[in-house]
Design a protein around this ligand. Structure first.
Ligand code: GLA
Ligand code: ZN
Length: 703
């Protein structure tokens, strides 16, 4: 049975459409500019501003003296203009007076050296003083603005990142470990500490791991430190979020995540967010013709939608370029619209920017902004933002719509950490995220929606599950995967799966040990190839490939024994030529595929494209998409189809019979639509009255 569309209430109760706006830092400007901001925001079609993100010193210039008046005034201006406010807590950047008075709130690096005051996100996750101060500020903001008619959501802190190695954090880590293991014996066993005489005989001997001076050879310790840091961050977030929720309940609370940033496991914070939000700054490496960046961004949108299984917010993006890029390439015409519509296409119910007005000084003075130093409202960037605002108005019908996906890709933070933590099978090129992306791309190309989940998520709602390089298999995951296949699901996994448990201890008896029965294979060795070497994979059975079809394998090739599985392809070269390279195991009512080597794009397309057909997975559109163009659909009051041309060439897209109408302009298209380089369109389908589509098709060339 196909999943049906769901309809969620809007992200923020006060606004039923798509949010459009972003970071607004009026405290950096004289008042005379505020009125101009107000005028221009209306022209830019903004309906929301995010305030207060780094405003601590403007709200509390000295300890205990609060100066909220300027913020009151901005709130009033926004309310008068009918715009909403996402109000941030300012904990991401401490004021100098606080660091001076309470130096223990400053962050300590992995080198053991306490950082001096400056920059941002330079605070300790554990410090009771910092927690007390940030909670008090959150509470005061909630008291003052919690019931303000313009308040739409809370934005706690900003982009949680980094680790702190101070004594407070280390002590908390030891407590965390005591709780997790109960006894030192259990910890020593989990960490395999007899190696190099690493056995701990007292809890006090345990230090946070990490280069340059710390322990790097106890993988279980490395993983636990990362898990602990995530837990500290979640605690840090909840310290403020709970103050807000207690003081002024009813307004959604969130924070801005950072894509696949590896320092925080987003699945641990997601349950505590009212909606997911993330900051997207795709760097096109000066080569925007390469669609892979768009694929990556799309994947990350899928992740953020999956985190809460409902629409999310694109909290930040740049209106033009970012001074953090090594090359400040400008967005080409059309790219801005494409980038923001891409977010909506994948389930965002709002798109926002950093930032409204380009500052005159400090670290981000040349970062892109809606109002640049040129201050022209006829500037290209300003006009494109305003234009997009018009598009988004026409899309208010998609807000809240969400269709559960039939496919999920497993991209798991603990798996990523463990792959990076171990020594082997190669120093460079383990490429977990790139490998998962290679498995995502065929779905992107075919316009098949996919969720991105962790291995702890529920598998039961999917028909196809792709878990590439599932190196770490946490407790119960193998059983849940086996049950998924037994119940009729299709599983695809690859080389370097089922190698270690949650403590990063290897399974013995052949990988992927806990998945062995479901996959019907067992691995004996893994061969790592030099960058310029390749092997081939040759199809041996006609059940999915054409016999003799050849693909290239690079990087990693596993040597496996087949137990109950059927061999679909074998290696073409090296001493393991002829051995199984791709297998399929019928298990219960389902099937489990094992891909033993890292294969080329053509292989990914063949395997996953054919599984899409075999399982008859629903595509967004009933027509073929040219390479580099993707499509999604959001079904609300109507079926909205997003067509996104992520290439630098114009593309003709053949449409299926009927009338396709542009939601904004109302223009109708019959047999095809042309998209410019980086062009995008949102169409709704109307079955044509008899002959109407033929007339349209005949006229289209002349339109
Ligand atoms: C991040 C931050 C913003 C700003 C932008 C610049 O996303 O949250 O404050 O620094 O980067 O790209
Ligand atoms: Zn600390």
């Amino acid at each position: 049975m196909k999943p049906t569309s769901k309809r969620f209430p809007p992200l923020v109760a006060k606004f039923p459409g798509i949010l459009h706006g972003g970071d607004y830092n009026p405290e950096q400007w004289p008042k005379a500019v505020w009125a101009e901001d107000d005028r221009l925001m209306a022209k830019a079609n903004w309906n929301v501003v995010t305030l207060g993100i780094f405003s601590w010193v403007s709200l509390e210039p000295e300890e205990g003296r609060f100066t909220f008046e300027w913020l009151d005034e901005i709130f009033e201006t926004q309310a008068r203009a009918g715009r909403l406010v996402g109000l941030a807590t300012p904990s991401a950047a401490a004021p100098a007076w606080l660091s001076k008075k309470y130096p223990e709130t400053l962050r300590t690096g992995a080198d053991g050296i306490r950082r001096r005051h400056g920059n941002r996100v330079n605070f300790c996750w554990t410090s009771p003083v910092y927690r007390r101060k940030t909670r008090e500020m959150a509470r005061r903001l909630a008291e003052r603005y919690g019931n303000h008619p313009a308040l739409a959501y809370w934005h706690v802190s900003n982009e949680f990142g980094g680790e702190c190695y101070c004594e407070l954090c280390q002590a908390a880590f030891r407590e965390w470990l005591r709780e997790r293991y109960g006894s030192l014996d259990a910890l020593n066993q989990a960490y395999w500490t007899a190696f190099w005489s690493h056995t701990y005989t007292d809890w006090d001997q345990i230090e946070a791991p990490g280069a340059p001076h710390g322990e790097t050879s106890i993988m279980g310790l490395t993983l636990d430190w990362k898990r602990f840091t995530t837990d500290q961050i979640v605690g840090f977030y909840l310290n403020e979020a709970s103050a807000i929720r207690e003081t002024a309940p009813g307004v959604p609370v969130t924070t801005n995540l950072m894509g696949t940033y590896d320092g925080l496991d987003p699945w641990k914070i997601a349950p505590h967010l009212d909606f997911a939000a993330w900051d997207s700054y795709p760097f096109f490496s000066g080569r925007p013709t390469d669609a892979s960046t768009w694929v990556y961004v799309s994947f990350t949108h899928e992740l953020n939608r999956s985190l809460k299984d409902r629409p999310f917010l694109l909290m930040e993006s740049t209106p033009s370029s970012s001074n953090w890029y090594p090359v400040m390439r400008l967005k080409r015409p059309g790219m801005h619209r494409l980038e923001e519509l891409q977010a909506v296409a994948h389930g965002a119910d709002g798109v926002q920017y950093f930032q409204w007005r380009q500052g005159r000084g400090s670290g981000e003075q040349f970062h892109g902004a809606v109002v640049a130093h040129n201050q022209r409202e006829d500037a290209r960037v300003f006009r494109e933002v305003a234009e997009l605002g018009e598009d988004l108005k026409a899309l208010s019908g998609v807000a809240g719509t969400h269709k559960p996906a039939e496919v999920a890709l497993v991209y798991d933070w603990e798996v990523a950490w463990s792959i990076e933590a171990v020594a082997g099978p190669c120093t460079k090129g383990r490429d977990y995220v790139a490998t998962v992306l290679d498995h995502y791309r065929p779905f992107w190309e075919e316009g098949v929606p996919a969720d991105v989940i962790s291995s702890d998520c529920d598998f039961g709602k999917y028909r196809l599950l792709i878990a590439p390089m599932l190196f770490m298999v946490k407790p119960a995951v193998a059983e849940r995967l086996a049950a998924f296949v037994k119940d009729g699901g299709t599983l695809v996994t690859t080389y370097w799966s089922g190698v270690v448990d949650e403590h990063v201890q290897a399974f013995v008896g052949g990988y992927p040990q806990p998945l062995r029965e479901a996959l019907g294979i067992v691995s004996e060795e893994i061969d790592a190839l030099y960058e310029d070497e390749l092997n081939t994979v040759v199809a041996a059975s006609a059940s999915l490939f054409e016999v003799g079809e050849r693909f290239e394998a690079r990087g990693l090739c596993e040597l496996i024994h087949v137990e109950t599985a059927e061999v679909l392809a074998t290696y073409g070269g090296d001493f393991y030529a002829g051995r199984a390279a791709v297998t399929r195991n019928r298990f219960g009512r389902g099937e489990a595929y094992y891909v033993a080597s890292r294969n080329d794009k053509a292989f990914q397309k063949a395997l996953l494209g054919r599984l899409i057909d075999r399982l008859d997975l629903e595509r967004a559109v009933p027509f073929d998409l040219p390479e580099g163009v993707t499509a999604t659909r959001r079904s609300g009051d109507r079926d909205y189809v997003f067509l996104l041309n992520c290439t630098a060439a114009s593309m003709r897209i053949p449409l299926s019979r009927g009338i396709w109408r542009d939601v904004r302009t109302g223009s109708a298209f019959g047999d095809w639509i042309d998209l410019d380089a980086f062009g995008s369109a949102v169409l709704v389908f109307e079955p044509a009255a008899r002959g109407e589509d033929l007339i349209l098709a005949a006229n289209q060339g002349r339109a």
